[in-house]
Design a protein around this ligand. Structure first.
Ligand code: CA
Length: 345
C-alpha cells in the first residue's frame, strides 16, 4: 500500500514508479498542490498533471522537474490525458471548455464547440485523433465524441518569386520549396516571402559558404501556435553533415549569423518525385526563432543555409559528425564550442 497524500488538507504530492507500481518515488513540483489528474506518454518521460483550483504542470524528465503552464488559466481542473508520444494533451475542468495542446503543454487552445460543461473525464486513441469526453449532469451531462481535424499544409515554390524578391543566387535556394504544416499556424503570407543574398562576411565558421536565406511570415489562427517548416532545397547533398543553418540578425553584409544547425534536421527525401535535401525545423509564435519575439499571431522567420566548402572535410563529414555527437554527449553544456573546434580539424 502507498500513501499518496501527506495528510494535510489541500496539500498533495506526485509519485512515480519505474517498476509497474512495486516501488514509488515522491516527486516535487516545487511545492505541493491539490492534484486531480496526471497523464503520461507511452515511454513515461513526458508527464502532465493538473491541480484543482490551480494550473497545468508538465515534466519532460519523468517527473524530476515540473513547469507550471499558466496559459490555460487557473481552473478547477478535473482530468488530463496524453497522446502516446506525449506531444498532444487534452485537459478538462469543472465549469468551462475543453483545452488541447499539441506541443507537450507549452501552449493551449480552448475548444469551445462542445460548449461549457462540468467535464469529468477524457479518453482517446493513441494519437488523440479520436476522443471521448464525459460531462457531469450539473450542466446537462452527456458523452461527447470528436475527431481531430488533420493539420493544414501550405506550400510555396520560390521559383515563382518576382525578381525583386529573389536576392539569393544559389539555385539550391532560388528553386527551393517552402512547406509548413500546422493546426494553428498554417498560412504563408505570400507577400512576405523572399530569398536573401548578400551575406558577404561574418560566417561563424571560416570554411562555410552561405548559399542564401529564405524569409517568410506565417499567420496563426491562435496566437502562440506553432508550425513545422520544411524547406526542400533544389539540390541533393550527399552528406548532410556539411550543411549549416543560421538565424540572421540585421541585413546585407551586416547580417550577424548564429548557428542553429543542432536545432534543425537536414534529410534527403523524395519531393515531387525527386530526391532533395530538406531542411526541417519547428517554429513557435513568440518562440526563440520568431523574430518579433512575441506571441502575436504572426511568426517571422528568416533562416540562412550554409555549405562547408572544404572538400576533405566534406568527404569525411559523416564520421566527424558521429565523433561530434559522441563528444557532445560527454561534455553536455559545452557542446556548442566543441562542435566548432572539432569540425575545423
Ligand atoms: Ca510572433
Amino acid at each position: 500500500t502507498y500513501s499518496l497524500w501527506d495528510g494535510t488538507a489541500n496539500v498533495g504530492i506526485v509519485c512515480t514508479s519505474n517498476d509497474g507500481g512495486a516501488t514509488w518515488t515522491e516527486k516535487s513540483s516545487g511545492d505541493s498542490r491539490n492534484w486531480y489528474g496526471v497523464a503520461s506518454s507511452g515511454d513515461g518521460k513526458k508527464l502532465a498533471a493538473i491541480a484543482n483550483n490551480g494550473y497545468i504542470y508538465t515534466s519532460s524528465d519523468a517527473g524530476e522537474t515540473w513547469t507550471a503552464r499558466t496559459s490555460a488559466g487557473l481552473r478547477y481542473w478535473r482530468y488530463i490525458t496524453s497522446s502516446n508520444d506525449g506531444t498532444r494533451l487534452i485537459a478538462v475542468h469543472g465549469e468551462g471548455y475543453i483545452y488541447t495542446s499539441s506541443d507537450s503543454g507549452v501552449t493551449w487552445n480552448q475548444q469551445a464547440t462542445a460548449g461549457i460543461h462540468e467535464w469529468r473525464a477524457v479518453a482517446g486513441s493513441g494519437d488523440l485523433s479520436k476522443i471521448a469526453v464525459v460531462a457531469h449532469s450539473g450542466y446537462a451531462g452527456s458523452i461527447y465524441l470528436a475527431n481531430r481535424e488533420p493539420p493544414v499544409i501550405d506550400t510555396f515554390n520560390l521559383t515563382t518569386l518576382s525578381g525583386a524578391a529573389q536576392s539569393a543566387t544559389s539555385p539550391a535556394i532560388t528553386g527551393a520549396q517552402i512547406s509548413i504544416t500546422s493546426e494553428t499556424c498554417y498560412t504563408l503570407d505570400e507577400s512576405s516571402i523572399a530569398t536573401l543574398g548578400g551575406v558577404a562576411s561574418a560566417t561563424p565558421e571560416a570554411n562555410v559558404d552561405i548559399l542564401g536565406g529564405v524569409a517568410f511570415d506565417i499567420s496563426c489562427v491562435t496566437p502562440g501556435g506553432s508550425s513545422v517548416v520544411d524547406i526542400a532545397l533544389d539540390a541533393q547533398y550527399a552528406d548532410d553533415g556539411t550543411l549549416r543553418a543560421y538565424k540572421g540578425v540585421g541585413s546585407g553584409v551586416n547580417t550577424v549569423l548564429t548557428d542553429i544547425t543542432n536545432q534543425v534536421s537536414f534529410v534527403n527525401k523524395q519531393v515531387s518525385g525527386t530526391t532533395k535535401t530538406v531542411l526541417s525545423y519547428q517554429l513557435a509564435d513568440g518562440g526563440d526563432f520568431d523574430e518579433d519575439s512575441t506571441a502575436n499571431g504572426t511568426i517571422v522567420d528568416p533562416i540562412y543555409i550554409g555549405l562547408v566548402n572544404d572538400a576533405s572535410l566534406a568527404a569525411t563529414g559523416t564520421n566527424i559528425w558521429l565523433l561530434v555527437l559522441a563528444a557532445t554527449a560527454l561534455v553536455g553544456g559545452s557542446s556548442f564550442t566543441l562542435h566548432k573546434l572539432t569540425r575545423k580539424r
